[in-house]
Design a protein around this ligand. Sequence first.
Ligand SMILES: [Zn+2]
Length: 268
Amino acid sequence: MALTDEQIERYSRHIILKEVGAKGQKKLLNAKVLIIGAGGLGAPAAMYLGAAGVGTIGIADADEVDLSNLQRQIIHQTADVGKAKVQSAKETINAMNPDVEVRTYREFITSENIMDIIADYDFIIDGTDNFPAKFLINDACVMAKKPFSHAGIIRFKGQLMTYVPGEGPCYRCVFKNPPPKDAVPTCKQAGVIGAMGGVIGSLQAMEAIKYILGVGDLLTGQLLTYDAIKQEFHKIKLPWNGKGCAVCGEHPTITELIDYEQAECTDK
Ligand SMILES: [Zn+2]
């Protein structure tokens, strides 16, 4: 597949980079990335991946756009309030870049559907806002041997890490089990500064792009934290419980997906 003249112009700032080039741009155009959650993290991630020419972007989200989303979920417009988030996201990406095929899944991920949804994708971005979903995505990606980017944001803080099968710890190696229901406040209860989604969601898009291109170092085995009040980033080296982890270890005790109880308030 040769790049068209229009594509050579559109992606010229990529193609000029020695780490990308025409070859790397073709890798992006052939890549498939799934974004679970079209919210504060998923919105910027989807827009940068769409602009970059990632050829297939899947978006999974069951919600509709709410007025309170617009302070940070920049893929949705005021006129989209009430519309399915996946549809609103698809329209924004397609208006920006017709090269991208956007596949929509208007459903909450569960133990029943997640394996089918992730099966076709090269990289998964966890843009969800609750622990049951985060553990479900981790366990499904470990079982299906899919790389994914985890992230979380609240108030003025954010964090992310990347799991690549066989190359470092999974989310459960680090965090073991979900906290008790309601032990940790949600963004709806605690608030979140809008640009935090832009910072951390863009970093997730960067991890996906670098994974596809095969360049640089990923956040495998490392948790990157961001404190916007102090304007500080820190990288924390994570222990890899390679043998003892309940899901990615040598003798896993979790061999079926678990639907943990959903916290009542989610980041709508
Ligand atoms: Zn693990």
